[in-house]
Design a protein around this ligand. Sequence first.
Ligand SMILES: [Zn+2]
Length: 551
Amino acid sequence: METKDLFTESYRITKEMVAIPSVNGTSGEKDIGLYIESYLRDIPYFKDHPEEVVVQLLKGDKLKRRNVFAILEGRRSKSCRTIILHGHTDTVGVEDYGILKKHCFDSDSLLDALKEVPLSDEVRKDLESGLYMFGRGSVDMKSGDAVLMAIANLMSERLDELEGNLIFAFNPVEENMHTGMIESLDFYQKIQKERGYEYIFAINNDYTCPLYAGDEHNYIYTGAVGKLLPSFYILGKSTHVGQCLEGFDASLIASRLVEKIDLNTDFCDGYEGEYSLPPAVLKISDLKDFYNVQTAQEAFVYFNYFVHDASILEVTSKLVTAAHEALSDVQNRIKECSESYYDKAQMEYIPFEYEPNVYEYKQIYEIAKDTFDGNLEAYIRSFISGLDDKKYDIREKMMLLVKELSQIAKITAPAIVFFYTPPYCPHSTLHEEVDREKELIDSLGKILKDVEKEENVEYKMLHFYPSLSDSSYIKIDDPKDSVEALHKDFPDMDYLYPIPFDKIKGLDIPAFTFGTYGKDAHKWTERVHKPYTFGVLPKLIEKTIRYYLEA
Ligand SMILES: [Zn+2]
């Protein structure tokens, strides 16, 4: 294979991979793993070295999903320098395609079908340009996997020129819990130990897209945004609607909390001029199961919360403050509305006295531990295992545990208990003040300048890949006290959501995202820009490999 063949080869593989429906949570995730494995095993080098293709089945996974790795060792001279190139192999669901659903895994027939349906001007223009391939997973990120597979193929014939090693990795389960990547850490540690590899950085080939209307740049990211899911269990005082002024409605507290936090740019986290998006509410609900004439006693709210650099302590403190304010706003509102009503009705008003409180999970846990008669940990184990998996997702299970511990701790209403639920994606980037990282920033800048000169592209290097990605799990910038703070406010984290912090800290691999280029990932108009993704991206990756492993 030659560099000039990379376009055709990665384009061909992408088409074949789009045709394998590897929707997250389906057996298609296993099928795509098998496809990748068979592609790699067909490469002459791996026919001679079958042990260099490694398949790691995910632990206890009923769908038999697997990580697939391929290792190439340079032969010019032995070196421990190693670059990881990785991609996820799952896609999001396809319900969004509606009447086009039967075409979503066939990029050719989808192209024809799209001509028959109403499209926005931009999508129509892209469709008619002939520059885009459509289909589920086209940009996010089967084309990215395909490029890596083609590069593996190419480099397998160039090992005499390399002084260092390449690990190609293809991981399932990215689109929700990142299990593939998290379990692959064991593999990276094992190889590091056995072969003395030193990971200089990893390249994630996930999708990139314009960041604003008319944006012409291509982006290269030197790290990943962090994500938290701050959650609130709200305990109000319910009342009959006939005495509605006598309660402290959990729904009202929840809505006030959402008003305070949702889309509020005070919570945007800035680092060297890059700002994270504001929090967005992902759930707001009361805990009533049926209709009655009581106001809500309890409610549950959580937010997506992006982080660039802020410590968990800082984030928690801001959110706890917002919770205090929400409670006091509701208290004031009840007072004002009561005064107004009793004044209108010409009745005497005797205000109710409330003492609203905000707790963090760790406080509730400590109080419960003191109050509980017996072994609280054992009780938590049996409480959690008694919760029906089909009925409750992991966030609801944690919320129910918070509720249970609040009762044991005899928390009085009105109150808000603040805690974190999954997922948690650590943030990381490269820092100018760290020598090794500064060198990487500078050298990467040089490579990008070269590619800009040769190809018709304009790159911008940014710190944080803005979508959630597997890159979060190979480097973590959160300092120890920040991680500890998270752990303490994360209900039953060790059992329900163990994150291998020590492994991530130990590996500490700078996490780049180069990435495919296209538009509308996770939408039915998802499409990949062929000239960049199959034309420029493979050259950029090849150049990068050569820069670091031919020196
Ligand atoms: Zn992706």
